[in-house]
Design a protein around this ligand. Structure first.
Ligand code: E4P
Length: 215
């Protein structure tokens, strides 16, 4: 499973990229609006200069024609821009057109197997089931990820599953076991994934043993 970073914060992206383990970034309007430079174009172009993998930029338009127009503009910002489009009727129409133009689409706000099936049929490069938001309303978000992965594998769809709306490290473990191609994680979760108290204790013990003999 690959890891994308789910943030529009440039400092976090620089730091995570320096670890050499992230292969993409996902943003959404809420994440971009939190940044000081809440200008979508500047933010996406900056992220694309740091990360060479897929960088998702979401469309804000709600009707098909405007989505297509906006997607074409955003896709021109950098070669690695992926366009995020919600799974709606308008979004599916736009995705069907854009995928034929070889624009990579990440169909977002996916909350059901049917939506994921339609996203794949429309030619989306990625689909993003929102795990945490499903958990919030008493559904098992990871069960949805597993079902989508199974169905995509069964029909040999090329669409990649991005486990999104990740809230904690255990979500990543379960996403990996479910066969998700990617988990997009907030920076705080990435940091939690790195740390283990026994690693810290182990380093401290090794160093104190070494200090004893080396004076
Ligand atoms: C994914 O692409 C979304 O940006 C993100 O995962 C949404 O997560 P949230 O439910 O924590 O807002």
């Amino acid at each position: 499973m690959r890891i994308f970073l789910d943030t529009a914060n440039i400092d976090e992206i620089r730091e995570a990229a320096s670890l050499g383990i992230i292969s993409g970034v996902t943003t959404n309007p809420s994440l971009v609006s939190k940044e000081a430079t809440a200008d979508y174009e500047t933010v996406i172009k900056t992220i694309c200069s740091i990360v060479s993998g897929s960088v998702s930029a979401e469309v804000l338009a709600e009707d098909t024609d405007s989505m297509i127009e906006e997607a074409r503009v955003k896709a021109s910002w950098a070669p690695n821009v992926t366009i995020k489009i919600p799974v709606t009727a308008a979004g599916l129409k736009a995705t069907s057109v854009l995928s034929k133009e070889k624009v990579d689409i990440n169909m977002t706000l996916c909350f059901s197997v049917n939506q994921a099936l339609l996203a794949a049929l429309a030619g989306a490069a990625y689909v993003s089931p929102f795990v945490g938001r499903l958990d919030d309303v008493g559904h098992d978000g990871m069960q949805l990820v597993k079902e989508i992965v199974d169905i995509y594998n069964h029909y040999e769809f090329n669409t990649k599953v991005i486990a999104a709306s990740i809230r904690h490290p255990l979500h990543c473990v379960v996403a990996a076991k479910a066969g998700a191609h990617i988990a997009t994680v907030p920076y705080s979760v990435l940091m939690q994934m790195i740390r283990h108290p026994l690693t810290d204790v182990g380093i401290e013990r090794f160093l104190s043993d070494w200090r004893r003999v080396s004076g």
